[in-house]
Design a binder for this molecule. Sequence first.
Ligand SMILES: Cc1cc2nc3c(=O)[nH]c(=O)nc-3n(C[C@H](O)[C@H](O)[C@H](O)COP(=O)(O)O)c2cc1C
Ligand code: SF4
Length: 446
Amino acid sequence: MSRILQSAGERRAETHPLTWRLHDDQSPVLLEEYLDTQGYAAVTKALEQHTYESLTEEVKSANLRGRGGAGFSAGFKWSLTMKGEGVPRGYIVCNADEMEPGTFKDRLLMEQQPHLLIEGMILAGIANRAKQGYIFLRGEYHLAAAAIQRALADARADGWLGADVRGSGWDFDIALHTGAGRYICGEETALINSLEGKRANPRAKPPFPGQSGAWGLPTVVNNVETLCNVPGIVNHGADWFQALSGDLSSDGGTKLYGVSGKVNNPGLWELPMGTTGNRILELAGGMRDGLTLKSWLPGGGSTGFLLPEHLELALDFDTIGKTGSRMGTGLLTVVADNQSMVSLTRNLEEFFSRESCGWCTPCRDGLPWSVKLLRALEAGEGEAGDIELLEQMARDLGPGKTFCAHAPGAAMPLASAIHYFRDEFERGITRPKGEAHADPIPVGSV
Ligand SMILES: Cc1cc2nc3c(=O)[nH]c(=O)nc-3n(C[C@H](O)[C@H](O)[C@H](O)COP(=O)(O)O)c2cc1C
Ligand code: SF4
């Protein structure tokens, strides 16, 4: 189970808008308690005081950037959605697929605070004039599914969902859709296809979902954490949200940062956006068993490996973007000095290869080929030219060469591992045949 490691005493409504209500025993916050702690106040405020344009404007000026990994402004996305009198009302889709390796932040929010997500979706529904919401949930998240189902029923019984929401004359409901466990279903247009009951291949853009999404209607897809930030923005205003990150970042708000790997206290923390990797690693209790940090992924398997010196950087979209990596989901995966970069990279590429939807050639054929080469290097059976071939493949998988961002995501750890740790890859060619790597990962372990 995901653990938030700040105790209840440390978390306050003004500074920890995502987690201040959480219980230390990790039980979900139920409707009655949610209502007693300002819950659904933002919906009441939005229905009484906002138009859909002013609500969109508020979220836009808060500079809430999408927490699903790409960092696109939520308010800007909403401002591009087709809406208005005469335009058919469409959908709000919450992307809760969360299959990015090393990422477990949305699970915590859904298991423990489902009403915050529902409230965020209702607000997105008002701002985008939607008629229906869907939560597209990773199939294995059984606890989250149970918490959400109960919260949806309770919210409906109390008039926050369904016909004539709280006497406003506006109808809006939310349905839970559980996926069958494919990484590509997290890509927003593949997700829409899957929701419609079709094979989960990504769709061509344009048209963007905001113009023609699910069943051809305007559709907004946002990540769980993105949507959970909206009630705070509506309650306290865009300036408050911006101020949460202080001087640390030009991006507003807090972020659920996390750490997994060989650290003493893996877990999650809600911290100001722009907190450094050093601080996050410190909260995780540092490396365990006297190990030293060799490398780290800043936000999931589809981000690029970085070095210990990068830990001093602000973990936000623009700063990490300048290193050639991406902040992604903001959950760090640490690599210890005794772990093999070749082995780790092969393990990740195996995952990406398996999860390719098969639509375009570099991804469908290139990824299994890269796995084959990486396996040979891992076994000390690489040949001259293999590393250069892998580098060429990473370029061929890069942005603009394939139909969706799956392949460029897969290229990031591959290219960066070779860039920073080329010597380890070279040893896969030069070391005596059969000599094992340090701490190898068993094949097929993702
Ligand atoms: C292969 C792939 C998998 C993705 N998986 C997820 C996911 O599990 N959750 C998510 O929120 N976004 C995921 N995304 C990003 C979505 O396509 C989309 O950008 C995001 O849901 C938009 O929400 P946001 O703007 O609130 O971040 C994925 C993208 C790709 C290419
Ligand atoms: S890049 Fe990969 S996952 Fe994306 S459409 Fe092409 S084959 Fe499918």
